[in-house]
Structures are given as C-alpha cells and as structure tokens.
Design a protein around this ligand. Structure first.
Ligand code: URA
Length: 247
C-alpha cells in the first residue's frame, strides 16, 4: 500500500511522485538536460534511480524526498466511477492517476455523472476521518437545476428536507442565477449520503441537471482542469487533517 523507497523507479515516475510535474513533462525536462542524478546530467527518459537514496536535482535544486503517503486532488470528469472496479466496465477515477504506479483510493464518492473535486490517497486513516459523519466536513457543490428555482425551495433546503430514511437534511444555499429554463445554486452540506444533493433537490421538486463539487473542507478545486490531478501541498494535507482531529 505504501511506497517502497528502496525500489529503483523510472525518473519520470519519481518526478511525478514528488509532485513536481506530470510524467510526460518530466520526460521533456530529462531530454532537455535539466535533470541531474548524483552529479551527472541524464538525458535518457528511461533512466532509473532510487528516490531518497540517489541525489536527484532539477535545475540545480534537489527534489523532495519520498513521503510514504500520497494525497491527490482530481477534477473528476463526467462518466467515471469512484470505485476500484466496475462490473459494467466503465472508466474508473483511478485510471486517471494510473501513471503514478501506486494504488490510491477515492476519499468518499461522487456519482458517475458528478464532476469536480475528488481526493485520492493511500492514507486510510485520513480518508476515513474525512468521510466520517461525526466530523461534518463541509462539501460545496455548484448545482444546475431544471426550471426557475423558487424562494420557498431555497428556504426549504436551508431549513431541512426529509428524505426516504425519514431524517432531515439541510444545506447552506446561495443563489447564483435564476433563469426560466435553468437555475444555478451553490449548496454546502456536511454529510456525504449517497446522492444527497440530487435527492434533496428532488424532494423540493427540482431535477439536478449538472453537479460539480467545488470545495471539500477548506480545499478549493481552483483552476485544475477536468481529468487532471495534482498532489496536495503538505500544508493542505495538514489543515484538512486538523479539521478531523488529526495532528
Ligand atoms: N450529492 C449527489 O447527489 N451526488 C454526488 O455525487 C455528490 C453529492
């Protein structure tokens, strides 16, 4: 599950694991002579090294050493499944991080047809805490609904709607745009029940047309492109951990 630091790896994989760049860009860096191993410039993309043992420099600066844990933010595209296998053979979110060569797991789930911020990690405790209902980590969505959303529906979502499990679910709601054909709202919820946003809107008489998660805890999706991922900064991992009583 964790990185074996002693294993020789391709240089492009190391640069990607270190969070510096993608494997493809790393190959370009290598070919253009920007990468030095133990004082010797390498230009062959297939070169292997032992991360944490060999001294690897890019543009004269040593790269960070291996951390055992991987923490990623992915902008999940429409039409991907948040599990490790799919009986219907649909694309998996983990396909999008395959180049890492390490197993990581989605932190909670987004529906097949939901896009946006999805965390992936191999740190089981961090993932478990972030998805545990007890910690009420806020998740924010941009939600496009069919039709002109009424003030009373917004009010209801804020006060609480009852779902099939006979529990009340409420959300922080901001109106972004109200149109005749479609409306756009921002919704923040602190539970992660299956299809919760869609079901809450259905309960108020609206159909979700498009759903994007923009925030998870204090992390924002920012300008990460659809289908791309980035490694979280150390500080981001720590501050999310703090929200759920870690560190
Ligand atoms: N709520 C939903 O309805 N779907 C998601 O994917 C996430 C939250």
């Amino acid at each position: 599950m964790f990185l074996n630091p002693e294993r020789p790896r391709r240089l492009n994989q190391i640069l990607s694991l270190a969070g510096l760049t993608s494997r493809r860009k790393a190959d370009e860096w290598i070919k253009s002579g920007r990468v030095v191993i133990n004082g010797r410039t390498v230009t062959e993309p297939g070169t292997r090294a032992v991360w944490g043992v060999d001294l690897i420099e890019v543009d004269g600066t040593a790269i960070p050493g291996p951390s055992e844990r991987l923490y990623l933010m992915l902008n999940k595209p429409f039409g991907y499944v948040c599990s490790l296998s799919d009986p219907q053979g649909r694309p998996l979110v983990t396909d999008l991080v395959r180049e890492l060569g390490e197993r990581v797991y989605p932190v909670g789930r987004l529906d097949f047809d939901t896009m946006g911020l999805l965390l992936l990690t191999n740190d089981g405790q961090w993932a478990h805490r972030l998805t545990h209902p007890r910690y009420r980590v806020p998740r924010t969505y941009k939600v496009t609904v069919g039709g002109r959303i009424s003030d009373s529906a917004v009010d209801l979502l804020q006060k609480g709607v009852m779902l099939e499990d006979r529990r009340m679910y409420r959300a922080g709601v901001g109106l972004i745009h109200r149109g005749e054909k479609q409306s756009l709202i921002r919704m923040t919820i602190t539970q992660g029940k299956s299809r919760q946003v869609r079901r809450m809107l259905e309960a108020t008489g609206y159909r979700v047309v498009h759903l994007i998660r923009t925030h998870f805890g204090n992390l924002a999706l920012g300008d990460l492109k659809v289908g791309e991922y980035r490694h979280l900064e150390r500080e981001e991992v720590k501050s999310l951990g703090k929200l759920v009583g870690l560190g």
